[in-house]
Design a protein around this ligand. Structure first.
Ligand code: COA
Length: 194
């Protein structure tokens, strides 16, 4: 389908049959993580549900071996899934949100830009399907993922705790194909320290 000439990695669109393998990879990567807060994983049935209903995914492959994946969700007006509700997007824009959902790369395949490459492919496919507002969350301490979003043109539009679990922070990232930027309402009258 598409390939990264230097590394020999190629990319394929995932099918529903890949759901269990993707969920296994999620757990493997989470177990290998130094900070388990960083990566929120899903059950095989949730991955299957997504691929059957509202998502597509790319696999990064080294020969037959899947070494990374990226799931992209088109949540529509589903309040539990659409990150756009957190920044009060109007319904017309909520319908255009593509959630850059779950991404992981095996430790020995990191440092080759695979998250960024798959994100580009997902954004392109999203645009083709009519989704031009890209949103994601990452733990603000997850430097590789944060760097990847920032260098791909995403902005942090919100940071809050308790997205997925109590006391764990998540930064909300946004990039719009129309280039429109957020305006941030002020939470104070301006702080002055004595
Ligand atoms: C997030 C993930 C997919 C990124 O893998 P990748 O695409 O290979 O990204 P890289 O390892 O090249 O890292 C991206 C950048 O962070 C830098 N980086 C990597 N580890 C770092 C560290 N510990 N400290 C500081 N910078 C680091 C890299 O040098 C690179 O810098 P650049 O922007 O100058 O190119 C991979 O780390 C992963 O699978 N993590 C576990 C799952 C996860 O956290 N998923 C994301 C949830 S939001």
């Amino acid at each position: 389908m598409s390939s990264n000439q230097e590394s020999g990695i190629h990319f394929e669109l995932a099918s529903v049959e890949n759901a269990e393998m993707i969920a296994d990879l999620m757990h493997l990567v989470q177990n290998a993580s130094v900070n388990k807060d960083f990566y929120v994983v899903s059950s095989p049935s949730r991955v299957k549900w997504k691929l059957e209903t509202n998502s597509f995914a790319y696999l990064a492959k080294d020969g037959d071996r899947t070494v990374g994946f990226y799931i992209f969700e088109m949540p529509g007006l589903d309040r539990n899934e659409n990150l756009g509700y957190d920044i009060n997007l109007p319904d017309e824009e909520l319908k255009r949100v593509l959630c850059m959902d779950s991404v992981a790369v095996l430790p020995e395949y990191r440092g080759q830009g695979l998250q960024r490459k798959m994100a580009e492919m997902g954004e392109e496919e999203g645009l083709r399907r009519g989704y031009d507002i890209f949103m994601a969350t990452a733990d603000p301490r997850n430097t590789p993922s944060v760097r990847n979003f920032l260098s791909s043109g995403y902005d942090i539009v919100l940071v809050k705790e308790n997205y997925y679990s109590k006391g764990i922070p998540r930064a909300l990232f946004l990039k719009r194909a129309d280039g429109k930027k957020m305006e941030y309402p002020s939470a104070s009258d301006g702080v002055v320290l004595d």
